[in-house]
Every structure is written in C-alpha cells, then in structure tokens.
Design a protein around this ligand. Structure first.
Ligand code: NAP
Length: 479
C-alpha cells in the first residue's frame, strides 16, 4: 500500500508556515517517502528565536493556573489522538507499533507530570540572621523562568524526548524553540499541534525542523537563548558545550551501559531483563545494555539462556503488533553497526549469534572475547549488539564497567546486599539499577550521566530546576 506523501508546515512563532526549502522523511523499513518537511534556514531560526523572546517578555507573568490548564488540554489531546501519534512514531522512526504505543503512553504522562510539577515550583525562606550583622534582615528565594530555552532532540524517542523538553519549559513559564531530529520531525510537529489546539499562547513554542549542522549553531549561540537543553550524541553535545557561551546547558548524551551478573543472581530474570534491555528499539537506546560482565561460575549458563531468549525475538514488519525488532533508523546506521562488529571480529572477538544485515535490518548480535580496546567495547554501538565477558569477581566487573568514557546507567543482578552497595558506591554512573538492567527508567526520576554521558539531569522536576533560576529577596527592616 502506498501512503500519501504529506507536505508539512513548521510552527514558527505561533503560525504554521512553509520553509524556504524542504527535506524528505522516509520510512526506514521500505524507504518509502512519507513527508516533505520544511528545512528551516538560519534566518527562519533567528525569526523563531526573536518571536519567542518577544512573546516571553509580553507574557512574563502568565499565571501558573493557565499553564496547568494548557498542559492538561495537551494531555486530553494526546489521549484522543493516541493511535495517530503511535502510527507517526512507527512510520517515521524505527520503533515497532507496540513500542510506539508505549512511547505515546509515556509521553502523555510526561506532559501530565509537567502539569502537576507546575504547582510545585517553590522557593524557601532564608534565615539571614545566621550571620552576625544580618539580624535585621528577612527574606526568601523563589524560582523564575530563564526566558527562552533552546532544545534539540534525537531520533530514538521522537515524541517522549520532545515532551521532556516542552513540558517542563512550559510548566515553568519559559518560551521554547525546539529543533527535532531530521529523520523524525513528524512526532514533534504533531505534539506542537497538540499545544496549539490546547490554547498555548502563540509564540511561546516554535518547532523548527532543519539540519543540526546548518542551523544548530544559530540556535545555541543566539544571545537571547538563556538555556540549551540537548539530547543526542556526544559529538554534537561536546560541540554545543564549547560554542554555547555563558548560558545554562543540559546535556543528555550517549553511553555503552554495563550490566553485572553475579553468581547468586536469579538467572532467568537476569537473562530476560538483559535481552529486553539490549534489543528493545533495536538497541537504539541511550540506556540500552551493551556490555555484560558475568561471574565466571554462571557465565556458560547465562550465555546459553541469553542466546536462547534472543533467538526467539521476532524480527520483521514493525507495523505488526507481534514484531519485537524492526529496522534500524536507516541502512547507513545498519552498515555502521555491521562494520563495527566485523572490526571487532578481526581483532579477535567471537560471534556467538547474529552478525547479519539485510538493508536497514541488523540481527540481534552477541559477541564474546572482545578485546577491551576494541571500538565496540569503548564507544556507544547504538544498535542491537551486546558484548559478553566472564569475570572473576565483583571488583573486576566494576573496574571493567568503569573503564570507558561514559557513565549513564548501569545494572547489577545479585541478592547479596553488600555487593549491591559495593557497586552503588563504586560505579561511575548517573543511575544504578539493582536486579534490573541499565534500561530501567521512569520519567519522574533524575536522569542523566557522568563523563561523556552528559551534564545535568532531566526528569520533569529536575528539568524544571535547570530551566529556572533562583532570585533572592532580602528586606532590611527597622523594627
Ligand atoms: P545526534 O546525531 O547527535 O543528533 C541529535 C540532534 O542533534 C538532532 O536533532 C541533530 O540534528 C542535532 N545535531 C547534530 N549536529 C548538531 C550540531 N552540530 N549542532 C546542533 N545540533 C546538532 O544523535 P541521534 O543519532 O539523533 O541520537 C542518538 C544519540 O542520542 C545517541 O548517542 C544516544 O545515546 C543519545 N541519546 C541520549 C539520551 C539521553 O537522555 N541521555 C536519550 C536519547 C538518545 P540532525 O538530525 O539534523 O542531524
């Protein structure tokens, strides 16, 4: 069946407009053209930023109860159009329809939580009299919005990661200009439609598609932008951090997450959790399981159980609700993964299963005996590949897990509380899951990494903290 190609507009300063140019959005499963989307120019980006600033200044005292109302209206819209959102995610991206439906549910919740958190943006009184000479002062601090937030998002959760930027920004009274990933801009534009329908004042939100390399610098360096919230790869993140200038920066970057499985672990539970954590979204997941360190006594049976479960995953048509694994985001990415696997094999790694590519599809793959210096052991594969290694004890596992330049999430399977606490204390990560894989997250928790995995934390309440500043108020009294 041939889908009708849609010609999209972008939301610029509250108006739906065409761009000076367009780019194509294609379904990665069959390369079918599904939409033509505005490819914004630098001028159009500047225009959106200036409109955001103008609107923010006009609406600086836009009351909290109205923000809550708009966010709740968005939630209603998303619930009413949930299947439409899921179809968009599954057709422009590489998620299966089942994964896409799950993402819509989470994104709706992200906006719902944003509405709830808007009520709780509070300050505190300050006891100035703790300092000698300040006995006659009273005061407090409160939080105020930074002004205009710049947001840039990746392809792998094209709706929920956009919701994680727009929800907290609007909840905390900011204006926001968002640039979605060029391969998956349609989910972001649909969410923009939800905000328009929900009654968001015109100009507070712009969704500007276009090439990150062409218009990214314009967005992040503009002096009106007071905070840059970026989710994506470490390379772009590092560049943005260098050029942004004196502004707040939040960086949600990549990782190659480790999971440790100790000999006292529940084998079936650990294997099932690791298989799901490694291969959901075809491994294109910032907290996906990439490296598994198993205590040597359990290693042979864990490897067998893992392979047995991985081989049962159904690879196929992503629109079929029974499919577990769809295509990667495009063939170029699948070829990159194929090259990394072949490179590791040339360096001595052993292919346990997988290693096959068919267009944009790459089979679930397990490698053993991977040299620690191999690219696949050090960098983020961002594909359906896991490396598995036997270790002598927990200390060795932790040392190996830490021996990379990333630190987002980790998991450990053990029933020994001392060992769990050892790993909590010694693992260099932003989140550690005990008896779960690294792939566990709820949208409310502080989420972010160490080292090259980023700066700052998301999770609605924590994103609101980074999108607001404290203002101190102090009264000198004559009582
Ligand atoms: P990416 O290539 O870094 O792209 C992410 C976004 O940055 C896209 O919108 C892209 O625009 C834009 N961009 C690229 N170069 C830029 C530049 N020089 N200046 C400004 N913007 C630029 O990442 P991706 O392939 O879409 O996503 C995968 C990565 O995101 C992985 O590393 C993954 O781990 C990470 N990620 C992290 C989290 C987290 O919360 N920690 C969550 C999800 C994903 P174009 O699309 O136009 O190139």
């Amino acid at each position: 069946m041939h889908t009708k190609v849609k010609t999209m507009k972008m939301l610029l300063g509250g108006e739906w407009v065409d761009g000076e140019d367009t780019f194509e959005v294609r379904n990665p499963q069959n390369n079918e053209l599904i939409a033509l989307v505005p490819r914004a120019s630098k001028n159009e980006m500047v225009n959106a930023i200036e409109k955001a600033d103008e609107t923010y200044r006009k609406l600086e005292s836009w009351p909290t109860h109205e923000r809550i109302k708009v966010l709740n209206n968005v939630v209603d819209y998303m619930r009413d159009h949930k299947e439409e959102f899921a179809q968009i995610i599954a057709s422009e991206g590489s998620k299966t329809i089942t994964e896409a439906r799950g993402e819509v549910k989470r994104a709706t919740q992200t906006i719902q939580i944003s509405a709830e958190e808007a009520r709780r943006i509070n300050g505190q009184t300050i006891n100035f009299d703790q300092n000698e000479g300040s006995e006659d002062r009273v005061g407090y601090y409160y939080r105020f919005p930074v002004g205009v937030v710049a947001a840039i998002t990746p392809f792998n959760d094209p709706l929920n990661l956009v919701a994680h930027k727009i929800g907290p920004a609007i909840a905390s009274g900011n204006a926001i200009v968002l640039k979605p990933a060029s391969v998956t801009p349609l989910s972001a534009l649909k969410l923009a439609e939800a905000f328009v329908e929900a009654g968001l004042p015109k100009g507070l939100l712009s969704v500007i598609p276009g090439s990150g390399k062409e218009i990214g610098d314009t967005l992040v360096t503009h002096p009106v932008i007071k905070m840059v919230s970026f989710t994506g790869g470490s390379e772009a993140g590092e560049r943005i951090t260098h050029i942004a200038g004196v502004k707040k920066v939040s960086m949600e970057l990549g990782s190659n997450s480790p999971v440790i499985v100790l000999k006292d672990a529940d084998l079936d539970d650990a294997a099932a959790s690791c298989v799901s954590g490694a291969f959901s979204a075809v491994g294109q997941n910032c907290i996906g399981v990439q490296r598994i360190y198993v205590e040597k006594e359990l290693y042979p049976s864990f490897l067998d159980a893992f392979i047995h479960l991985a081989e049962q995953l159904k690879v196929g048509d992503k629109m079929d609700a029974s499919t577990d694994i769809g295509p990667m985001i495009n063939e170029r990415e699948a070829i990159r993964v194929e090259n990394w696997v072949e490179e590791a094999i040339e360096e001595g790694a052993v292919l346990a299963i997988g290693g096959k590519r068919d267009g944009a599809y790459y089979a679930p793959t397990v490698l053993t005996d991977v040299p620690s210096h191999a690219r696949i052991a050090q960098e983020e594969i961002f594909g359906p590949v896991v490396i598995m290694e036997a270790v002598g004890n927990l200390e060795e596992a932790v040392e190996k897990a830490n021996n990379v330049n990333y630190g987002l999430h980790a998991g450990i399977f053990t029933n020994d509380i001392q060992k769990a606490f050892y790993s909590i204390k010694h693992m260099d990560v932003g989140g550690i899951m005990i008896n779960d894989s690294s792939d566990y997250r709820i949208d409310e928790m502080p989420f972010g990494g160490m080292k090259n995995s980023g700066i700052g934390r998301e999770g609605i309440r924590f994103a609101i903290e980074s999108m607001t500043e404290q203002k101190v108020v102090c009264f000198k009294l004559k009582l």
